[in-house]
Design a binder for this molecule. Structure first.
Ligand SMILES: CC(C)(COP(=O)(O)OP(=O)(O)OC[C@H]1O[C@@H](n2cnc3c(N)ncnc32)[C@H](O)[C@@H]1OP(=O)(O)O)[C@@H](O)C(=O)NCCC(=O)NCCS
Length: 176
């Protein structure tokens, strides 16, 4: 069976919205009261919001597809994290989600690498990722690619507040 990654286009806004809703709910939905979850999903993953992101030249979304059906997605853009050292020119992995049935086969790693390559398309730069403090699997996954803990903040899901970690990767400067 064929697993492929492609850049999402404006026509994919509804697919991205549906998949983002499904993967967030599958991974983290049990943590929140229904009202908080629904409010977060509405704010973050509305079709219209995906359309805005997909049209923005500084943002990109990718779909992981199995036989043409979307089973994972990643999103990237300028860093918007509340860290005192985060610069406007830094990049951020905004989302990375693969359906549970497709996890642990390397697909998430490929999706992440696609987003990181795009973020560094004009050369190495500082990159950021936000990850839930109680998601050690994802933290290990990012650490293996050179990301290190850089601070924490509160992630808002409706009326709920999560402890969220900021991970950062600074380009290696060679001294000659
Ligand atoms: C994180 C995620 C994208 C990785 O995708 P994947 O296809 O499973 O990744 P790969 O097969 O390339 O690599 C497996 C690694 O992912 C991590 N991982 C595996 N299952 C995971 C899970 N359910 N949740 C979080 N991380 C997981 C582990 O670090 C694993 O490495 P290990 O060998 O050190 O345990 C995927 O597990 C996922 O979508 N998880 C749920 C949502 C999530 O946590 N997203 C990250 C938000 S910051």
């Amino acid at each position: 069976m064929d697993l492929q990654i492609r850049r999402a286009t404006l026509d994919d806004a509804a697919t991205v919205s549906r998949l983002a809703t499904r993967t967030f709910t599958e991974g983290f939905g049990h943590l929140y009261a229904d009202g908080d979850l629904q409010s977060f999903l509405r704010d973050s993953y509305a079709v219209e919001k995906q359309r805005v992101i997909l049209q923005h030249p500084e943002y990109a979304i990718w779909l992981l597809e199995r036989d043409g059906v979307a089973v994972g997605h990643a999103a990237a853009g300028p860093c918007g994290l509340p860290h005192p050292q985060a610069a406007k020119t830094d990049g951020e992995l905004k989302r990375l989600y693969v359906l549970g049935s497709e996890q642990n086969s390397g697909a998430g790693g490929r999706l992440l690498q696609t987003a990181l390559d795009w973020l560094e398309r004009d050369g190495p730069r500082t990159l950021w990722i936000s990850v839930w403090s109680e998601n050690p699997g994802a933290q290990r996954f990012y650490a293996r690619r050179g990301f290190e803990f850089a601070g924490e903040y509160e992630f808002v899901v409706g009326n709920a507040r999560d402890r969220e970690f900021m991970f950062r990767r600074v380009p290696v400067v060679s001294i000659s």
